[in-house]
Structures are given as structure tokens and as C-alpha cells.
Design a protein around this ligand. Structure first.
Ligand code: GLA
Length: 740
């Protein structure tokens, strides 16, 4: 890994064995972009890659010059990275290279989560200073390259070096110009309970984007975009990814301009955003992680998985095996008391479950969702001995205890709202929109963050609590903070997110042993910003196994299995009414951070014994299922969508688990082979089935021993006989591979 800077030709080259990123100072000292892709030789100039004239120079129409951090108004008509309204009302910027520095490691970002290094030698960073002397604006562009990852991390720091305030209208984290537009755009889109569905479309002339303006990042569109060649598959072909480390309003956008080149950008959504930058002040963008794969989407995802798991997530839980949980939400909703909860925990303990989570409904008068958010005092009629007694009761079972909280919210029917209605987001002259019967607290106000720190610290300090599920159950409406001046209101949505980060930062530092799981009505804030603080997230409120195939497939495009919280729930499923076999529900939820969301006291003995087997299986393979290399094999979004398959392989390739799911049973299906990936071609693997297959005469079938080469080329023969098709809908089979 090196960063070369050739003073002679003004060219920089970030490179490791996997990727190169090359740019140069153009003749007019603008920052031009030359290349991002597979690693190129060092010590050479690539200046000849730069196309000819810029549009508009000398009144000639030349070619669209690729740029590093474009601003509008000086001849570049594509989507800008930076737009600033100056004191005279002009929006024209002309940023020219001034200087640069290269250093070991990677600096943190004030107030924002970011990827990091543990030792300086893991990464190198280039900081380029570009200055507009007339506007008196300085922009520091940051580029980090890691030793062995196919990624470049980018961001920008913008300083007002003048004497009058200016208004930032748009400040992207990264912009990337590509020399052709023969790409498809891939996004992760959906809504509540159907998050992260994969959308893939041809790039067309003009702009196409996904974004959020809700205050949260991700139920409708995840802050991620990939460009893939039309022929790119999971296992082959080029793919670029742009992932924004941010939890609020974002944009991820591509533009194809008339010459057929493409620009992509990502950053804070400029719609509704403005930031007043006073003299001497600095604005720091969130960072964007650009990744490249020449070998399909699988490798692109793995690059994000490894980086986000190992160098974005912080804290003591980063590398630890995550516990198997039981959560009481779908088991009881609001209707519980201490004996009922302890009975659930005791039954769960007998099945090997490790941590009990008390969900919504434990505080104030909260017997439904109309009241009490903000009043974080225990409801003594449900829990007479308080959280402490329940937590101790759970601990006596030799389990750990976790708790749900939704700190950013307040119910209209609450003491907090009666005392502090001014802490609520809204415009004083208008009514506030209620959603799920609740309002949002103004996280842009330091006193609100201070209050919540005290309250949550009080709860966490009051009992042996080792896990927190931090929820956020509505979008922001009427964005306005009475605590901000009129001219600052465009800053509000970003200040909200900074407030959330500050609370997370303080709480995770004060309670370093606590495992935080983020949640926003399921996957409404499943983004890499949250993962920095909470290494796992509740993936979706939809716990149906068949729906989860799509949701977890899409989520895994960017986020590691160690972040994808997945629970087995009761049937008929509470979201879609579907009845799926217990084994199938587990076989889907195994591929993530596993748990249960049901009342085990109501289950038949046979089901409890099946769950004991599932928990034992997960614990045996936990490291592989939480930290293995995840490879997607058959997409639930493609073909006739009747099948899904994926697998996880140990980093040393000595073990793997592949899963095959069939949605609807078919009569007389043809032969079906599934090619595996990522194995050692020279190894032999013992293949056993889960649930265990039975011989026709009874007793478990003998495992086969098959070569890694065969499994990856000929494939594994899936169950396909007419008899097996008669097993019914929603079937799953796991193939457990152990090198012999
Ligand atoms: C959200 C979460 C659920 C549950 C409820 C409680 O919807 O996603 O898992 O915690 O809130 O109200």
C-alpha cells in the first residue's frame, strides 16, 4: 500500500495489491480524476488517460473532464459535489490545488463515526487542500487507502477562510467520474417490513438517485449504491460500491451526461439542507466508502463486511461471539408481568438461549403505543421489583439481561411532554404531526442529549443490563428546532443526527461492556453510521422466513452477518400470516445474529426439543455464521424466485455451511445442482445435512465426502426426487461442510 505523489506532473496514486485510485492536478490547477479500478503499476504517470478540453473553456465544447470534487458554475454542468452560496449571492466556486500532505493511518472525524486503523501501518491518508482565493473557501479532501482492502475512504472538510458567513447548499462526501455509462445501478430499496429489496436497472441519460428526507436513513432506500456491468453476477464482473457512513438524510446518485460518461456521488441530501459557515468555521462531511470488485458482487460485499465488522464497529463486542437472544415483543407485546417474563426466560434457558431481552412496555403507563415514551420509570404494576428484580431473576437463571428503549421519542401523553413540550421537534405556529402516537425529541439541543444521557445512564446503572435495543419508530416531520436561529433551520436534520451520535458516543463509552443493537421499526436505520456504535441491528420487523430471504439477501450486500439480527418467531407469522416449518425459520435466521421472538411456554415439547437442537447447532457453528465469508448463490429476486441459496465459508476454508431454500413445492422437479463458491479446491469435505436426512429404513444418512473442486464446479446435488418434492412448501436444507 502506498500513496505516490509526483510533484513533476502533479499526479497522485493511491494503490495496494487490489485497487488503484489516480488523480492529477490539471493545467488550470483543478483536481482531475484519472482512474479507480484494479491495481496499476506504481512509479508511472497516467496523465494520458485525461480526455481533452473541458466544456466551455475558450468557448469550445470539449470532452467532459473527470473531476475529483466538482463545483458548479465554472463550466461543469454535471451534478456538483459542492455548492456554496457566497456573501454576494453568487454560487460560483473555483477550487484550485494548493498543497497536500500524506500521512500514516487515518484521522477520526469530529462528531461523526468513521472507519479507523488500529496501527498506523494499516492505512495511508492523502489530504489535498484546494482553495478558491476569491470566495475564500478552503476544501480539504481526504482519501484513505488500506493495506489489503479494495476500498478508498473519502470525505471533505470545508473551511470559510473569509470574513463573512457563507451558506453550504450541498457538500458531498465523494464524487466519482467514470469514463463510460455501460452500467446498471443497484440499490437497496423497499419500506417498513420489506427493507433492502434489490433493485437493478440500466443507467439512462440524466440523473437517477435514491435518497432519504425522513431524518433516518434506510427503510425506503439504504445509503448505498452500486454500479455493475450488465453481465456482472455474484461471482464475476465489475462492480463499484458507494456506501455512506451516515444515519440521516442522504443522497446516492448517478448521472449520465451527453457524452455518455457517468458521475456518481453520495453525501448528505442537499434537499432541505443548508449550513451557515461563519468566518473560520469548518464543516465536516460524513465519510463515504468506495469499493471496487472485478469478481462480482460477492467480493464487493465481502470488502464492506470485513471493513465494517473489523474497522468501523467499535467496542468490546466487536470481535466477541454474539449471544443467542430471546425477545418478548412478539411473545407478549405490552401484556406481561414479572412471572410471565421469568417463565419465558426459564423456558428459553432450558433450550440453551443466552440472553433475555425485555422489549417495549416496561415503563410509565405503557400498555399500548399511545403513551409514556419519555417517562423512563418502571411500571410497578407490571414489574413490582423494578428492572433490577427482573434482571436479577434472569441472571439467577444464568442468562444475561437486555432492555429496549426508544430515547429519541416522547408521547403526547407523558410527563416529559407536559413538562418539556419545547423539547419536541416542530414549528411553534403549526400543529405537529403525530406518528405512532408520538413526537420526536429535538436531538439538536444539547440539553436534550444531556437529559437522555442521564436517564439512560440511570437505567443502565440500576441493574445488571448487558444489552440495549435502541429503537427509533417514526420519521421526522415539521423539521424545525426552536433552539436554532431562523437562518440555521436548514442545519436541523444534520444536527439531529449529530445529537444522536453524541448520545451514542457518550453511552457506549460510559457502558463499554453493554452490547447495543440499533433499530428503527426494524431496518429504518440499518446503516454504517449506526454500526460504528451498535455492532448489530434489528434487520426488519418482518420475521417471516420467506420475506426474510429477500430482506437478508439485500442487507448482506453491504452489511456483515455479525450485524444482521435475525429471530425465529411463531406461526402463523404476525406480519404476513404465513405458516412455515420451524426448521425453515431457523435455517434463515441462522445467517446472522440468531435469536427467538416467541413464547416458548406455549410450545409443544417436540418444538422445544427442536429449538434446543437449533440453538446447539448455532452455537457449534456460531463463529462461521457470524464471521465467515458470506457468498450469495441463488437470488430470491431473480429467475422464478422460487429458490434462494447462500453460504458462509470459514476464512481458513476448512468449514462452510450452504443453505438452499425452496418457497413453493413443485411436483416432479428436475435435477438441480448448486455450485458452491469460496472452498479450497484441493480439500475434501465431509458433507452432512441439517436437518439431518434419514435413510429410507430409518437412522441418519451417512455423510458424503466430496472434493472442493467438485462442489464448486459440478456442484452439489440438491434434493430433487419426486418424493422430496412432496415435503410441502417453504423448505430449507443446510449442507454442512467440514474438511477432512
Ligand atoms: C419497533 C421494533 C420492534 C419492537 C417495537 C416495540 O417496531 O422494530 O421490534 O421493539 O418497536 O414497540
Amino acid at each position: 500500500m502506498t500513496i505516490e505523489w509526483s510533484a513533476e506532473v502533479g499526479e497522485f496514486h493511491l494503490r495496494n495489491d487490489l485497487v488503484s485510485y489516480v488523480g492529477r492536478v490539471l493545467d488550470n490547477r483543478w483536481l482531475g480524476h484519472l482512474y479507480f479500478g484494479p491495481s496499476l503499476a506504481g512509479g508511472k504517470s497516467y496523465g494520458h488517460l485525461q480526455p481533452g478540453d473541458f466544456f466551455g473553456f475558450d468557448n469550445k465544447v470539449g470532452q467532459p473532464v473527470p473531476l475529483e470534487y466538482p463545483s458548479g458554475g465554472s463550466g461543469d454542468y454535471r451534478i456538483p459535489a459542492l455548492a456554496i452560496e457566497l456573501a454576494n449571492g453568487s454560487g460560483v466556486l473555483d477550487l484550485r490545488y494548493n498543497s497536500h500532505r500524506i500521512f500514516h493511518g487515518k484521522p477520526g472525524l469530529p462528531g461523526l463515526p468513521s472507519t479507523y486503523v488500529e496501527v498506523g501501518g494499516e492505512a495511508e491518508t492523502l489530504e489535498i487542500l484546494a482553495v478558491d482565493d476569491i470566495a475564500e473557501i478552503e476544501v480539504r479532501l481526504l482519501y484513505t487507502i488500506y493495506r489489503d482492502r479494495p476500498v478508498v475512504v473519502r470525505g471533505a472538510r470545508i473551511t470559510n477562510a473569509g470574513k463573512t458567513p457563507v451558506i453550504i447548499r450541498c457538500a458531498m462526501s465523494a464524487s466519482l467520474d467514470l469514463p463510460d455509462a455501460d452500467w446498471q445501478i443497484l440499490t437497496l430499496s423497499g419500506d417498513w417490513a420489506r427493507e433492502c429489496h434489490v433493485e437493478r436497472h440500466e443507467l439512462r441519460p440524466g440523473r437517477q438517485s435514491v435518497s432519504s428526507s425522513r431524518g433516518t436513513s434506510s427503510a425506503q432506500h439504504n445509503p448505498f449504491l452500486a454500479l455493475v456491468r450488465p453481465a456482472t453476477t455474484e461471482a464475476a464482473g465489475e462492480a463499484y460500491g458507494l456506501s455512506l457512513v451516515y444515519s440521516g438524510n442522504f443522497v446516492a446518485e448517478a448521472e449520465v451526461e451527453p457524452f455518455g460518461t457517468a458521475r456518481v456521488r453520495t453525501g448528505i441530501n442537499p434537499d432541505g439542507f443548508s449550513w451557515v459557515l461563519g468566518p473560520g468555521e469548518e464543516f465536516v462531511t460524513p465519510e463515504a466508502v468506495l469499493a471496487y470488485s472485478a469478481d462480482g458482487l460477492g467480493e464487493l460485499s465481502d470488502a464492506y463486511h470485513c471493513l465494517y465488522r473489523d474497522r468501523l464497529a467499535h467496542g468490546s463486542w466487536r470481535d466477541k461471539p454474539r449471544p443467542v437472544v430471546i425477545n418478548n415483543w412478539e411473545a407478549t407485546y405490552f401484556d406481561f408481568d414479572e412471572p410471565k417474563l421469568l417463565a419465558i426466560a426459564a423456558a428459553a434457558k432450558k433450550m440453551g438461549i443466552e440472553l433475555f431481552v425485555l422489549d417495549d412496555g416496561w415503563f410509565g403507563q405503557r400498555n399500548d403505543d399511545t403513551t409514556s415514551l419519555g417517562d423512563w420509570e418502571v411500571n410497578r404494576s407490571k414489574l413490582p421489583g423494578g428492572i433490577e428484580s427482573l434482571a436479577r431473576g434472569v441472571e439467577e437463571l444464568d442468562m444475561r439481561f437486555g432492555i429496549w428503549i426508544e430515547p429519541e421519542m416522547v408521547s403526547r401523553r407523558s410527563k416529559l411532554f407536559a413538562e418539556h413540550s419545547d423539547w419536541t421537534i416542530g414549528i411553534p405556529t403549526r400543529s405537529r404531526t403525530e406518528s405512532r402516537n408520538q413526537y420526536v425529541l429535538d436531538m439538536a439541543r444539547p440539553e436534550v442529549v444531556d437529559h437522555l444521557f442521564e436517564v439512560v445512564s440511570g437505567i443502565l446503572g440500576s441493574a445488571p443490563i448487558s444489552y440495549v435495543k435502541w429503537d427509533m419508530n417514526r420519521s421526522i416531520t415539521e423539521p424545525f428546532s426552536p433552539g436554532l436561529k431562523a437562518w440555521q433551520q436548514g442545519e436541523f436534520m444534520h444536527r439531529y443526527v449529530l445529537g444522536v451520535y453524541s448520545l451514542y458516543d457518550r453511552l457506549t463509552k460510559a457502558f463499554p461492556g453493554v452490547l447495543f443493537e440499533s433499530c428503527a421499526s426494524g431496518g429504518g436505520r440499518f446503516d454504517s453510521g449506526m454500526l460504528a456504535f451498535a455492532p448489530q441491528a434489528w434487520t426488519s420487523d418482518d420475521t417471516d422466513a420467506i420475506e426474510r430471504l429477500r430482506i437478508q439477501w439485500g442487507t448482506s450486500m453491504v452489511y456483515p452477518l455479525s450485524s444482521i439480527s435475525a429471530h425465529v418467531s411463531a406461526v402463523p407469522n404476525h406480519q404476513v400470516g404465513r405458516v412455515t416449518p420451524l426448521a425453515t425459520r431457523a435455517a434463515v435466521a441462522f445467517f446472522g445474529v440468531f435469536g427467538y421472538e416467541l413464547d416458548p411456554t406455549t410450545l409443544a415439547a417436540r418444538e422445544r426439543s427442536e429449538i434446543s437442537d437449533q440453538v446447539a447447532f448455532y452455537k457449534k457453528w456460531r463463529d462461521l455464521l457470524q464471521r465467515g465469508k458470506f457468498l450469495r448463490l441463488r437470488s430470491p429476486f431473480e429467475g422464478d424466485r422460487n429458490e434462494t441459496a447462500w453460504m458462509t465459508v470459514a476464512r481458513d476454508r476448512r468449514s462452510a455451511i450452504a443453505a438452499h431454500y425452496v418457497t413453493l413445492s413443485r411436483p416432479n422437479p428436475g435435477p438441480n445442482r448448486l455450485r458452491l463458491r469460496g472452498l479450497d479446491p484441493d480439500a475434501s469435505y465431509r458433507v452432512s445435512l441439517w436437518p439431518a436426512a434419514r435413510k429410507p429404513e430409518g437412522g441418519p444418512a451417512r455423510p458424503m465426502v466430496l472434493g472442493g473442486d467438485e462442489l464448486m464446479t459440478a456442484g452439489i446435488v440438491l434434493e430433487s426426487s419426486p418424493e422430496s418434492a412432496g415435503q410441502g412448501d417453504f423448505r430449507a436444507r443446510l449442507y454442512v461442510l467440514e474438511a477432512v
